[in-house]
Design a protein around this ligand. Structure first.
Ligand SMILES: [Fe+2]
Ligand SMILES: [Fe+2]
Length: 346
């Protein structure tokens, strides 16, 4: 059966630099691959909020996804680029450690219970989902979707990197979840495609990376955390915990987002992404916490605490993201980057 989907941009262009680090990096990336000495760099403030650092990391990681239109594919494994990325990752990991307390090891508590306890005791944030359901105007909902597009247009990809690193029950469980995320092999059911339909319904550009210029560091940090955990085998426990936390806190908020979008006039096509996640993630939650993380902790007990740390990172970053949006909206200003700052390269 023919499926009707518009041709769309599969790669993005290098974005505008946000400081000396990205100015240097993007100039290199636009040139033929070569050796370079990594520039010295230290964040001006907290790493999670540093625009220059988060954009640089995002660009380094994007080379492992779809890359950039004007960047040679050879850059992906360029030793100088990887050395720079490692320096930036150390700063980022330090920033995460400062922000996210490491949960205690689960001890004798089953992993599923330990994850549920962590979710229940973590600050849920300022009520972004409830605000979107009841009060947000259309422009605020569109902003929310623009932020989320950074991840949802590559939905599931970072966690897929764990598959070859696992075996047994944890591997089978992850594959079961990812199969759904990729629509069981049906293009029109892939979650990233459902999200594109939501974007089009909101009159937003649904091209890959179309909103990169507009999203701030904290939005990039959410994606960078997944890429960091996904690209390093040593972080496989954290990656699984991250996915579990995501699935365990998804069903109800998605129901709430759908309510908000319907209140603002969204039809069934616009809301399908959210509707789909209400059902799917109620199931994924069980598979992720019990079969995947439980199976993993049984197989690799030394990494059980990492599973909880990864979950804590996901939950905390989501709260910081919600706080950013709600703080900006309370002030009556956009949560996206403002044109004057973008023009000034900040
Ligand atoms: Fe999904
Ligand atoms: Fe899911």
């Amino acid at each position: 059966m023919a499926q009707v989907f518009d041709e769309w941009e599969s790669t993005m262009k290098l974005p505008t630099p946000r400081g000396p680090l990205t100015a240097f990096l993007f100039e290199e990336l636009a040139s033929p691959p070569r050796r370079f000495d990594p520039p010295s760099f230290s964040p001006q403030g907290p790493a999670l909020y540093d625009e220059d650092l988060q954009l640089a990391l995002f660009a380094c990681y994007e080379l492992h996804y779809r890359g950039f239109e004007e960047v040679d594919d050879e850059w992906e494994w360029n030793p100088s680029l990887l050395a720079l990325r490692q320096d930036l990752e150390h700063l980022f990991e330090e920033g995460l450690r400062r922000t996210v307390p490491r949960p205690s090891p689960p001890g004798g508590t089953p992993m599923r219970r330990a994850l549920a306890d962590l979710v229940a005791t973590t600050d849920g944030g300022p009520g972004l989902a409830a605000f979107l359901a009841r009060k947000a105007d259309l422009e605020q909902f569109r902003e929310f979707v623009a932020h989320r597009s950074i991840y949802h247009l590559k939905e599931a990809d970072p966690h897929t990197w764990a598959i070859p690193r696992l075996h047994g029950a944890a591997k089978a469980a992850l594959v079961e979840i990812q199969t759904d995320e990729y629509g069981g092999g049906r293009l029109d059911r892939m979650h990233s495609e459902l999200f594109r339909a939501t974007m089009r319904a909101l009159d937003l550009d649904d091209s890959y990376g179309a909103h990169l210029e507009r999203v701030p560091a904290i939005t990039l940090a959410i994606g960078n955390t997944m890429s960091l955990f996904g690209l390093h085998r040593r972080h496989r426990g954290a990656l699984l915990g991250h996915l579990a936390a995501f699935e365990m806190t998804s069903s109800l908020p998605n129901l709430t987002y759908a309510r908000g979008l319907r209140r603002l006039g969204g039809d069934a096509v616009a809301c399908r992404f959210y509707d789909e996640h209400v059902q799917a993630d109620a199931v994924h939650e069980q598979i992720a916490a019990h079969d995947m993380c439980g199976g993993f902790a049984d197989a690799e007990p030394g990494l059980a605490q990492d599973v909880l740390y990864g979950a804590a990172c996901g939950l905390t970053l989501d709260r910081l993201f919600a706080e950013h949006l709600m703080d900006r909206w309370r002030l009556g200003v956009t949560s996206l980057r403002q044109a004057d700052l973008m023009a000034a390269g900040r």
